[in-house]
Design a protein around this ligand. Structure first.
Ligand code: AMP
Ligand code: DBH
Length: 550
């Protein structure tokens, strides 16, 4: 098979205005470091320190560097060329880290997919990124990714290489990659795009987020300082490693930058994580709110020694004050709220903030140069302390998505602010309290689901006349998804509709938690009602009828 001509690739780019570039450099945020650059440095300075622990594997910094060289050189030997994009869909296995570092060393561009993603999402990401290779585990959590790889190959002619961690069947095993690492390219331009991260996707499918070496390294280097990560730290990856939170806030990259130890937990629950905390002396971990509550409950009754844990971070979805209180009481370590987004801006409560601030706010931005605006529906700043839309720009917030002019027109203002879609209140000192959001996605325990995307799948069902998907308050998940459906003559059962959505090859977390059949989307307003208003009305009416708390 011949390589797709490089000129056909939409260039990867992330640019800030020259004045901002000069300012971010002068302020010392952008240091010119790169991923291969800092990884080489740590391998040289701390060769024998353990960098990554996962399953039975313990990789030193020197071994991680070597593994990355073997994998990177092996991929180039197979015909990939620097600049090629590679979709990586791996769970919390040590190969996640060595493969990504290998891609960096080879000048290849990782494009992240979540383990929960299926053909619909992975296919979309692969096409949008114009990826030529796909790397996955053989089997994980009962799912065979080789089957997915076969479906992808059949559907996506541009996909030329499949690499598998574990039993590779007819594909290439990551373990079998080999090549001459002296032939790897020189370190990249620090302002070039290092990888593509995924947005949760508030409308339709995920958008691709190009992050540069300079901007991303700044975000986790500064996070290390805020979260107290140093060479003696042990960071546990409990959420899927491909999520931006455990990747960068400060995440496993922050830990590697500090020369600390990264421990990968195969699952996020106490069963998997607690023994690892006790064994490895974990000091820091990031969780979503429902997990934090589960951990709090398990810690109260469990027998594992969790005393090494210094900082428990909670983010991805709102942690309400009562839940925060429970977590603090049960775990006895410092709670840190984290409000971040893969597009950039990350807010933290600080480790020495008064308890009241930690319990009731989602923190303040990392950088003095994070610009935050809170505006009304017309883009005018609200009065101090008022609730409004959060807009932001700064030294690690993107100015554009990859290859998506329509999304860019919606998501960015003319002067380069990212419209986060979140409604916030800004307190004195810059602390933010998340008050909800303007967009129509469902934040299901930190997993973002686009209402529009799921409505499209429901509408593809022959017996569905119309569908509106909304978020419902949920005691455990924070929010659950509810599909209001108007059926045609023969109404399908709720179970069969859920099975239908699942059968479309989607991540399981996107299947509606609840289906409510209605005769009509009767609206109080006359005339055309926007989908957004319609969803809000359906939600309000349902909550009123059932008497559920909002
Ligand atoms: P994404 O753009 O997919 O990375 O998702 C980021 C979004 O997750 C934010 O814009 C918020 O809507 C939500 N989010 C993240 N952390 C928090 C938090 N601590 N509290 C409330 N919402 C959060
Ligand atoms: O939800 C997120 O995307 C998120 C949460 C906390 C994030 O990207 C982050 C911290 O960096």
């Amino acid at each position: 098979m011949t390589a797709a001509p490089t000129s056909a690739l939409v260039p990867l780019r992330q640019t800030w205005p020259p004045g901002s570039v000069a300012r971010y450099r002068a302020a010392g945020y952008w240091t010119g470091e790169t991923f291969p650059g800092f990884l080489r440095d740590r391998a040289t300075r701390y060769p024998d320190d353990i960098a990554v622990v996962g399953g039975a594997v313990r990789l030193s910094y020197a071994a991680l560097w070597q593994e990355a060289g073997r994998i990177g050189a092996g991929l180039l030997a197979r015909g990939l060329v620097p600049g090629d994009r590679v979709v990586v869909q791996l769970g919390n296995v040590p190969e996640f880290v060595s493969v990504v570092c290998g891609l960096f060393r080879a000048g290849l561009v990782p494009v992240f997919a979540l383990p929960a993603h299926r053909i619909t999402e992975v296919g979309h990401v692969l096409r949008k990124a114009q990826a030529r290779a796909y790397i996955a585990a053989a089997v994980q959590d009962g799912f065979d990714y080789r089957t997915l790889a076969r479906e992808l190959q059949a559907a996506e002619p541009a996909l030329q290489h499949v690499l598998i961690v574990g039993d590779a069947a007819e594909f290439t095993a990551v373990a079998a990659l080999a090549g001459d690492d002296t032939g790897l390219p020189a370190d990249p331009d620090p302002q070039s795009v290092a990888f593509l991260q995924l947005s949760g996707g508030s409308t339709g499918l995920s958008k691709l987020i190009p992050r540069t070496h300079d901007d991303y390294i700044y975000s986790f280097r500064a996070s290390n300082e805020i979260c107290g990560i140093d060479r003696s730290s042990v960071y546990l990856v409990a959420l899927p490693a491909a999520h931006n939170f455990p990747m960068s806030s400060p995440g496993f990259f922050g830990a590697l930058y500090a020369g600390a130890r990264v421990v990968l937990s195969p699952g996020p629950g106490p069963d998997a994580a607690f023994p690892l905390i006790a064994r490895e002396g974990v000091t820091c971990v990031g969780l979503v709110p429902p997990l934090a509550l589960l951990w709090a409950q398990a810690a109260a009754t469990g027998t594992h020694d969790l005393s090494s844990l210094k900082v428990l971070q909670v983010g991805g979805a709102k942690l309400v004050p009562e839940a925060a209180r429970r977590v603090v009481d049960a775990l006895g370590c410092t709670l840190q709220q984290v409000f971040g987004m893969a597009e950039g801006l990350v807010n933290y409560t600080r480790l020495h903030d008064p308890l009241e601030v930690v319990l009731t706010t989602q923190g303040r931005p990392i950088s003095p140069d994070d610009e935050v605006l809170v505006v009304d529906d017309y883009g005018h700043p609200v009065a101090a302390g008022g609730i409004g839309h959060l807009l932001t720009r700064g030294p690690y917030t993107i100015r554009a998505y990859h290859n998506d002019p329509a999304a860019n027109a919606r998501a960015f203002t003319e002067d380069g602010y990212y419209r986060t879609g979140d409604m916030v209140q800004q307190l004195p000192g810059g602390y933010l309290v998340v008050q909800g959001r303007a967009g129509d996605h469902i934040n299901r325990a930190g997993e973002k689901i686009s209402a529009e995307e799921i409505e499209d799948h429901l509408l593809a069902h022959a017996d569905v006349f119309d569908a509106a998907v909304v978020s419902m308050p949920d005691a455990y998940l924070g929010e659950r998804s509810c599909a209001f459906v108007i059926a045609r003559d023969t109404p399908p059962s709720a179970a069969s509709l859920k099975a239908w959505v699942r059968g479309r090859g989607l991540a399981a977390f996107k299947v509606p938690d609840q289906v409510v059949f209605v005769d009509a989307f009767g609206t109080t307003a006359v005339g055309k009602v926007s989908r957004r208003e319609l969803r809000a009305q359906l939600r309000a009416r349902y909550l009123e009828q059932t008497g559920e708390p909002r």
